[in-house]
Design a protein around this ligand. Structure first.
Ligand SMILES: Nc1nc2c(c(=O)[nH]1)N[C@H]1C(S)=C(S)[C@@H](COP(=O)(O)O)O[C@H]1N2
Ligand SMILES: [Mo]
Length: 199
């Protein structure tokens, strides 16, 4: 599982086919944060996964780095309408953290340092479609972009890719996160333009 790129096939497609409706491509990588950037040293970083039964798993930074790593090239789509093609990441697929969990939960609340939360279906974190990403373009992920580690779920609008991730809480009921509770779409599929409630 070391170094293949699930996004590779995407690069053969013409750019127009890779641009979801209502988006424009940009070479920039804007920073969008609701508050100040938390500075979390890797020695203090950990990731907790909790099921609805209260079963908890925890990885330190070093523990995460010993897990199977994957490089991936992905297009990012922000609900503020910019899209950035071919971003290069390295991280651990969520499948690795979630495998063999005893759970009937179908939802996940992702919690970040600083208090940000976002919700998504558990299924969207599985199947090689989501990562805990710690490296961007060959360098440690910058704090303003979520370093030391962020969730990366590129098939949904980028607000689902929680920066400074610290916990995944599996829940049996759907609990809207920060933006989802103030009007952003519950699911956020860029290809169906699910920007806000009612889309
Ligand atoms: N913890 C946290 N994660 C977050 C956010 C935030 O404010 N706090 N903003 C979200 C939004 S709205 C977007 S568009 C992306 C932006 O990621 P970037 O700043 O790396 O471009 O992060 C998402 N993840
Ligand atoms: Mo956003």
């Amino acid at each position: 599982m070391t170094s293949f790129s699930p996004g590779f096939r995407g690069r053969a497609r013409p750019l127009a086919d890779r641009l979801p409706p209502g988006q424009y491509p940009t070479e920039a990588f804007p920073v969008l944060s609701t508050g100040p950037t938390p500075h979390v040293p890797t020695a203090a970083w950990d990731l907790t996964v909790t099921t609805e039964h209260g079963e908890t798993r925890r990885w330190t930074w070093d523990g995460m780095m010993e897990l199977p790593q994957q490089d991936t090239v992905q297009d990012l789509h922000c609900v503020t309408r910019w899209s950035r093609f071919d971003t290069r990441w390295r991280g651990v697929p969520l499948d690795v953290f979630l495998e063999d969990l005893e759970t009937a939960a179908e939802h996940v609340v992702v919690e970040s340092h600083g208090g940000y939360t976002t919700n998504l279906p558990l299924a969207d974190l599985l199947g090689g479609r989501a990562w805990i990403a710690h490296t961007y373009d060959g360098h440690p992920l910058a704090p303003e972009h979520g370093g030391p580690a962020r969730l990366l779920v590129p098939h949904l609008y980028l607000w689902k890719s929680a920066k400074w991730v610290r916990a995944l809480r599996l829940t049996t009921t759907n609990e809207p996160g920060f933006w989802e509770s103030v009007g952003y779409h519950d699911y956020g599929d860029p290809w169906r333009e699910q920007r806000t409630w009612g889309d």
